[in-house]
Design a protein around this ligand. Structure first.
Ligand SMILES: C[S@@+](CC[C@H](N)C(=O)[O-])C[C@H]1O[C@@H](n2cnc3c(N)ncnc32)[C@H](O)[C@@H]1O
Length: 427
């Protein structure tokens, strides 16, 4: 891997890699590093590399032509990527590091002052990378981070060939805690299992520690993983965490199109489609909530048909999809039946309703890893306002791209989209 860095401060970069793992890798020629100073391309006596921004504002902007001349000096490998380190770029991650290590050459552009001329970025930069949501004074430290993180992934750079593979993030989890001598220090002991010499038990302890550490500190890393797997269930149990979700389809109290509070009829499609979505996303219970006795007995008949009646011969898989469906006369009855006493009550609505605390999808994804959540969906024209206000949280509406702001989804679509945003594995 060749790293070519465009920087006004070459010594910052070279200095950072005079010692340590990257220095060793440079010495052993496992990687190569060269810094190119744009100032060398400046023709005037002051060696100017920047100018004031058009339109005014603080901070000088680096000149595109000087950067262009510097970039064209660099011999390019066949597989090469030009990266501008920028707070506006995609955030650097373990995944991105693995992707970058596949190139033969990374050309890293370090901005200074107010940044660099946008036209240079548009013309020559393949991608912009950020090291986090804050601004540092120049791209040099971010470039060093890229060089260091990518170098560690190059075979032979780390002493033990496995050490990059077991570090934090490599399996999507944080690393387990580490201990060294002495066994007892500052009144604290090394966990007994690590001294046992029992290889299998040690491995199990490491894995369990990784899971519980990740659940506690970075639950966002676990979003989209199958938390129903026994190892996650155990880690959750050990930490007193429970990944428990219930969905309620409310038929009363909801609005009709005239704005009146009504009780709607249960539809066959809602029974089946929502049950299937809930089953697919690992939801514990799907409550169909209606106070109307004839509606309850209608749903009861439908369930009976598919679970015990002639429906089994017609389509045996329906039984499985309906396994978590329950009936309740009210939300309170459903909540009690579920038995999760401290479950958060979360309403959904296409409308903005003042009162309950709003919650966004990413926040609720994290909350749901730590607390049981009861998600409520309204039929008709949506959940009645006082009902919504009696909930703990109101989930942000599902927004699409309709230019006119149209967002009248069927409740079945809304449930599927919400479940996927909260518990799906693809984002
Ligand atoms: C003071 S910053 C300019 C910030 C720019 N005016 C803005 O608000 O987007 C100077 C340079 O530092 C680098 N830089 C600053 N923060 C960064 C971050 N979070 N990640 C990567 N590079 C960063 C960029 O190369 C940038 O051109």
């Amino acid at each position: 891997m060749k790293f070519d860095v465009l920087s006004l401060f070459p010594e910052m970069i070279y200095g950072a890699f005079r010692e340590g793992i990257v220095a060793q890798a440079l010495k052993e020629e496992k990687i190569a590093l060269k810094v190119w100073n744009p100032r060398d391309q400046s023709q005037d006596v002051h060696k100017t590399v920047d100018d004031r921004p058009f339109g005014g504002g603080d901070g000088m902007v680096m000149l595109p032509e000087i950067l262009n001349k510097t970039l064209s000096q660099i011999p390019r490998e066949k597989s090469s990527r030009v990266i501008y380190l920028s707070p506006q770029g995609q955030k650097l991650s373990h995944q991105k590091v693995l992707e970058l290590k596949e190139y033969q050459q990374l050309v890293l552009i370090c901005g200074r002052y107010g940044g660099i001329d946008e036209r240079f970025i548009e013309s020559f930069v393949d991608e912009e990378l950020s090291v986090g949501d804050y601004v540092v004074s120049g791209g040099e430290i971010p470039a060093m981070i890229v060089i260091d993180a990518v170098s560690r992934q190059i075979p032979g750079v780390l002493g033990n060939k496995d050490s990059a593979a077991i570090e934090s993030f490599s399996g999507g989890l944080l690393e387990h805690p580490q201990y060294t001598r002495p066994q007892s220090w500052n009144g604290k002991e090394v966990p007994q299992v690590l001294l046992s010499g029992h290889h299998e038990k040690i491995e199990t302890w490491k894995r369990e520690s990784q899971l519980s550490r990740t659940l506690e500190r970075r639950p966002d890393l676990l979003v989209g993983r199958d938390l129903k797997k026994p190892e996650f269930e155990k880690a959750c149990e050990d930490l007193g965490l429970r990944h428990r979700i219930a969905v309620g389809l409310v038929h009363y109290p909801v609005y009709n199109k005239g704005g009146e509070v009504v009780s709607t009829n249960v539809t066959n499609l809602d029974i089946h489609d929502i049950a299937r979505a809930c089953r697919s996303y690992g939801i514990d219970r799907y409550y169909i909530i209606t106070p109307a006795e004839e509606q309850l007995s209608f749903v009861g008949r439908v369930l009976e048909h598919w679970q015990e009646g002639r429906g089994i011969q017609y389509n045996p898989t329906r039984k499985d999809s309906l396994i978590n469906v329950r009936l309740a006369r009210s939300f309170e009855e459903a909540y009690l039946d579920w038995g999760e006493k401290d479950a958060l009550k979360v309403a959904t609505s296409a409308r903005q309703i003042s009162g309950p605390k709003p919650v966004r999808f990413p926040q609720l994804r994290e909350i749901a890893l730590k607390k049981p959540v009861f998600l409520l969906f309204g039929t008709g024209w949506g959940l009645e306002n006082t009902f919504v206000r009696s909930m703990d949280l109101l989930l942000e509406p599902v927004w699409g791209r309709s230019p006119q702001g149209f967002r009248h989804l069927s409740v079945r679509s809304a449930v599927s989209i919400v479940l996927d945003r909260l518990f799906g594995s693809c984002y």
